[in-house]
Design a protein around this ligand. Structure first.
Ligand code: UD1
Length: 422
């Protein structure tokens, strides 16, 4: 059982580099199936979700290797169309392979996807988009069987701008016959990165980053070559850790302008930040003001993935803060653990009310999902005494070397392997 031990109350200070983005790399890995050849992707984080996606690609006949952040995917011998159940249960992004498999093989077999336990997370919007492009779906014995003789461009209008469904629609449409228009699509930076990547492979796409994406299908794509951008959610998590400990840290490779909504809240709490020579310097020593109301939203709103780490910071600020979670209905599971540590957070439906400034005390807590787990790390750094975080495999699904990074910033932190970083 993996666990992390932390002795809190040490202000973080120093400089840290940021891993490649998990949410950007996964759809690009799925896109490798659209070309016949060797895809090369650099600055790839060595995290569980990437390993799972590699496992799926290998089960489909691809040859994959990941060394020192360089991922290669050779699709020359790939011919499979079944996504193995073991990976589907582990990772929701496995359903991103439906689009490329239907485009390339005309069929796909999968199961209902898994991933973080943060809500119902249906895939109806994925299926809707693929059906519009000509796919049919059948359910048999818990499996989803998908077929499409030929994908054809279509008008897709989402009732909600789902990130994953937008990615799936794009992946399926780039080699479909004719024009596709995706309305009310997601505008997240990961969509923009995916479109840039596909364009470098020969796709014809316009409008990414707006509410409407237009695609003209092409006959074939060439294998891709890409550098993954830094992970904006990891940056936000580390800035939360700096704020919770009233520390000051420098991010050596911040993303460009992808964190504005988060930084605005950071400033409101009393944190300061500036960019110098391509670096982001964040001074959390003045963090002192509660946030009367904050709600998560689709991009460019406040990201749901940073809601829990921010909540951990707000428990350290005297006064009342309130958060409304609009994206995932079950993203307050961390509250019980924070309250065990001495926080005072009350949840009513989609809203959490935080009475901050109570003294956080170390104890044993359990991570139950990725971002909630990261938030427990943030709280532990600000708590008196020792905190033991169990269930750390959830944290490693998204954070490549969070313990080493925090240790390099002065945290006293150990993993259960017995390896002391400080
Ligand atoms: C992606 C990110 C995740 C982030 C989320 C929102 C990846 C690998 N994960 O997840 O980190 O928190 O965007 O920014 O990129 N929904 C439906 N039907 C569908 C699809 C989604 O009802 O077919 C609902 C979901 O249950 C959820 C909401 O839409 O309530 C948002 O989901 P979506 O935008 O699809 O998020 P993901 O792509 O799963």
């Amino acid at each position: 059982m993996s666990a992390i031990q932390i002795q809190g109350l040490r202000p973080l200070k120093g400089t840290v580099g940021i891993q490649g983005s998990k949410n950007a790399v996964l759809p690009m890995m799925a896109a490798s199936l659209l070309a016949d050849g060797v895809t090369v992707i650099r600055h790839v984080p060595e995290i569980e979700d990437v390993f799972s996606m590699m496992g799926i690609l290998e089960s489909l006949g691809c040859k994959c290797s990941l060394e020192k952040g360089v991922l290669t995917v050779d699709t020359k011998a790939a011919s499979g169309h079944r996504i193995p159940e073991e990976y589907v249960g582990k990772m929701r992004s496995s359903c991103l392979l439906l689009g490329p498999l239907l485009a390339g093989r005309g069929e796909a077999v999968t199961y209902y996807p898994g991933g973080c336990v943060i809500g119902k997370r249906p895939i109806d919007l994925h299926l809707y988009a693929l059906k519009r492009l000509g796919a049919s779906f059948f359910e048999a014995g818990g499996m989803i069987l998908a077929r499409a003789d030929r994908l054809r461009g279509a008008r897709i209008r989402f009732s909600y701008p789902s990130v994953g469904a937008t990615e799936n629609a794009i992946l399926a449409a780039v080699t479909a016959e004719g024009e596709t228009e995706i309305e009310n699509c997601a505008r997240e930076p990961e969509i923009v990165w995916l479109c840039r990547y596909l364009r470098s492979m020969g796709a014809e796409i316009q409008g990414e980053g707006t509410h409407c994406i237009r695609i003209t299908g092409v006959k074939e794509l060439k294998a891709g070559n890409m550098q993954i951008p830094p992970d904006r959610i990891v940056v936000g998590t580390y800035l939360c850790a700096a704020a919770a400990t009233r520390g000051k840290i420098t991010i050596s490779n911040p993303p460009e302008g992808e964190l504005d909504a988060f930084l605005e809240v950071y400033g409101k709490m009393g944190g300061q930040y500036n960019r110098r020579s391509g670096k982001l310097i964040a001074d959390g020593s003045g963090t002192a003001f509660p946030v009367p109301f904050l709600e998560t939203d689709t991009y460019p709103g406040f990201p749901t993935d940073l809601q829990s780490p921010l909540m951990a910071v707000l428990t350290t600020i005297p006064g009342k803060s309130r958060i409304r979670e609009n994206i995932f209905e079950n993203r307050f599971r961390i509250v019980e653990e924070l309250n065990k540590m001495g926080a005072s957070v009350a949840v009513s439906g989609r809203e959490a009310s935080i009475q901050g400034g109570t003294c956080l005390r170390g104890c044993t807590v359990r991570a139950r999902e990725l971002r909630g787990g990261a938030a427990l790390l943030v709280a532990a750094l600000a708590a008196q005494g020792e905190t033991v975080i169990e269930g750390c495999s959830f944290i490693y699904r998204g954070y490549e070397h969070i313990c080493e990074d925090l240790a390099s910033l002065g945290a006293q932190i150990e993993e259960d392997t017995g390896t002391a970083f400080l």
